[in-house]
Design a protein around this ligand. Structure first.
Ligand SMILES: CC(=O)N[C@H]1[C@@H](OP(=O)(O)OP(=O)(O)OC[C@H]2O[C@@H](n3ccc(=O)[nH]c3=O)[C@H](O)[C@@H]2O)O[C@H](CO)[C@@H](O)[C@@H]1O[C@H](C)C(=O)N[C@@H](C)C(=O)N[C@H](CCC(=O)O)C(=O)O
Ligand SMILES: Nc1ncnc2c1ncn2[C@@H]1O[C@H](COP(=O)(O)OP(=O)(O)OP(=O)(O)O)[C@@H](O)[C@H]1O
Ligand SMILES: N[C@H](CCC[C@H](N)C(=O)O)C(=O)O
Ligand SMILES: [Mg+2]
Length: 485
């Protein structure tokens, strides 16, 4: 049990009609369904509902105190503060006693490549027998124990609790994806980052951020959050080939390790050979050159390898370990993942769901394809609508045949999403098949030896969200089934 007043000690000001000096608690929750005896319930005004409406139920479930933005009629003390969302990370980090101070924490932000870079870094640490904790789009994994996650970057309560688990498991490093939503909403406030990585910035999430400037600003917050402390080994790792790198660089006081392909940098690549079974290049680093022969495909993968290597270098991982990992890794599930078959054509499952990533993967496929390319593409519902026509045009430009289908339509009408996609279409080499299974079936049935079928957008996802229903759906499984028919 912890004293409530101790947990509130850094809260600048609050009012409470009752005395709270005697109250002790053993948990904090923002979701009334998770509240147990002796918990604090904090009311968050969300995008969908208002947590204040659940305070009474939280008390029924055992909350002994409620933190709210207004007075509520409850039979437990109500602490009234100005902004509960702003307070949440502060209270969470205080309750768990700032656990991320106890291990190095690496944060990766950028539109594309976060999951891949975090997993490569994880492999590099694991190759030196280190214990790792990783949080991101696919899962949270602490010392190889996996927990499902809802968001790429969880809310600050879940996050601080996860950091505490990492501390208890004595991890040697924490590695996490930091989304722009998380930065904007302060989900990572109170996370003590040691290395921050910027991969790139291209269009996505304008439904939320409205402008690319706001989106960039959110991304830059990770770098501001590295702080001014020069007594610790803190570094920013930045892709200077990206035009937004200067803005991001200005946000941090910490030393910057640069990486690039188009110019010299602390980490850069020369002698690049993009092959049908991988990528060869020479990686130049501040401590020497290494020859890389990787199974990872495409120019974009070189960026991810450079970013991960720079972070490993900042963490004192030796070059021969970096080289070994890059030369042996199979990459990440659902990222340019080949689906092996005996039909003579290639099937690739990939998570491209932005115009830039789709262009990258299609260009990569085109680079080695000796036949025709079929691209199965959809756009998520309740997400940036302005990326829809851009993705559709990219698909028609680089593929021989684009098949437009449903991604996760969520609350939107699947046909309406496709209508948005084709509203400004420049080429007519597309078909529309709303049912994703039938779209994949159509491509696989039409493909001939040497062709490539690229199934984009859902990568590792094992579900499809239509309306409120989450259906089982796994692109890789569906492709395997159809290939075995
Ligand atoms: C737009 C957005 O960011 N939404 C996030 C937000 O949800 P919300 O504001 O709708 O929450 P809400 O449902 O209104 O609930 C408000 C409060 O009432 C509480 N509540 C609610 C219902 C109830 O019965 N009882 C109860 O107590 C909730 O626990 C909460 O405290 O807070 C939730 C808890 O932290 C998040 O899970 C949720 O992410 C949703 C699922 C989402 O889709 N987010 C996307 C946009 C997102 O954040 N994506 C990025 C990745 C993007 C990328 O990498 O490309 C991410 O980091 O995941
Ligand atoms: N460095 C990169 N530059 C551009 N595109 C990339 C890069 N790395 C990966 N991609 C493309 O983006 C897709 C998503 O990659 P990844 O999952 O690593 O990114 P992410 O940033 O974690 O995405 P999300 O925001 O959905 O979590 C890949 O399937 C590939 O198509
Ligand atoms: N993190 C991204 C993932 C998009 C994946 C795509 N399959 C979709 O559902 O739009 C988002 O939430 O926007
Ligand atoms: Mg990710």
């Amino acid at each position: 049990m912890q004293k409530l007043t101790e947990i509130l000690r850094k809260v600048p000001s609050y009012t409470c009609k009752d005395s709270i000096d005697h109250i002790e608690v053993n948990g904090i929750e923002m979701d009334h369904r998770k509240v147990k005896n002796n918990h604090i319930f904090i009311c968050i005004k969300g995008y969908t509902v208002d947590g204040h409406d659940y305070a009474e139920l939280a008390v029924e479930n055992g909350a002994v105190v409620v933190i709210a933005e207004r007075q509520l009629q409850l039979n437990v003390p109500v602490i009234v503060v100005g902004n509960t969302s702003k307070l949440l990370p502060l209270i969470a980090a205080t309750y768990y006693q700032n656990p991320s101070r106890h291990f190095p924490l690496i944060g990766v932000t950028g539109t594309n490549g976060k999951t891949t870079v975090t997993h490569l870094i994880d492999e590099m640490f694991q190759a030196t027998n280190k214990k790792t904790g990783i949080i991101g789009t696919i899962e949270m994994r602490i010392n190889n124990k996996v927990t499902e996650v809802k968001n790429t970057t969880p809310d600050s309560l879940f996050l601080q609790e996860s950091f505490e688990k990492m501390r208890l498991e004595a991890v040697d490093v924490g590695i996490m994806e930091v989304s722009s939503h998380a930065l904007d909403q302060g989900r990572v406030n109170g996370a003590d980052f040691d290395i921050a990585i910027f991969t790139n910035l291209t269009q996505d999430h304008l439904d939320y951020h409205k402008t690319m400037d706001h989106y960039l600003f959110a991304k830059s917050l990770l770098f501001a959050q590295l702080g001014n402390d020069y007594t610790t080994n803190k570094y920013a790792v930045i892709n200077i080939d990206d035009e937004n790198s200067a803005f991001v660089s200005r946000a941090t006081a910490q030393p910057i390790i640069t990486y690039a392909i188009n110019q010299k940098a602390d980490f850069y690549a020369t002698n690049i050979q993009l092959k049908s079974d991988g990528t060869d290049f020479i990686m130049h680093t501040p401590i020497g050159k290494i020859e890389i022969t990787s199974k990872l495909m495409g120019n974009f993968s070189i960026y991810n390898m450079l970013a991960a290597s720079a972070a490993a270098y900042c963490s004192n991982i030796e070059l021969d370990v970096i080289k070994h990992v890059l030369n042996h890794t199979s990459g990440v599930r659902g990222r340019f993942e080949p689906i092996l078959n005996d039909k003579g054509f290639g099937v690739i499952v990939d998570y491209a769901h932005t115009p830039d990533s789709l262009e990258n993967v299609l260009k990569t496929a085109k680079g080695f394809c000796n036949g025709k390319i079929f691209a199965i593409v959809g756009c998520g519902g309740d997400r940036d609508k302005t990326k829809r026509p851009l993705m559709a045009n990219v698909a028609c430009e680089y593929a021989d045949t684009a098949i437009f289908t449903s991604d996760n339509p969520r609350s939107e009408d699947p046909q309406a999403i496709i209508t948005d996609m084709i509203e400004d279409i420049k080429k007519e080499n597309y078909q529309v098949i709303i049912d994703r299974y039938k779209a994949i079936e159509q491509a696989i049935n039409q493909a001939k030896p040497n062709d490539i079928v690229l199934i984009a957008g859902k990568g590792h996802e094992t579900y499809q969200i239509i309306g409120d229903t989450v259906h089982d759906f796994d692109d890789a499984e569906v492709a395997r089934q159809l290939l075995n028919k």
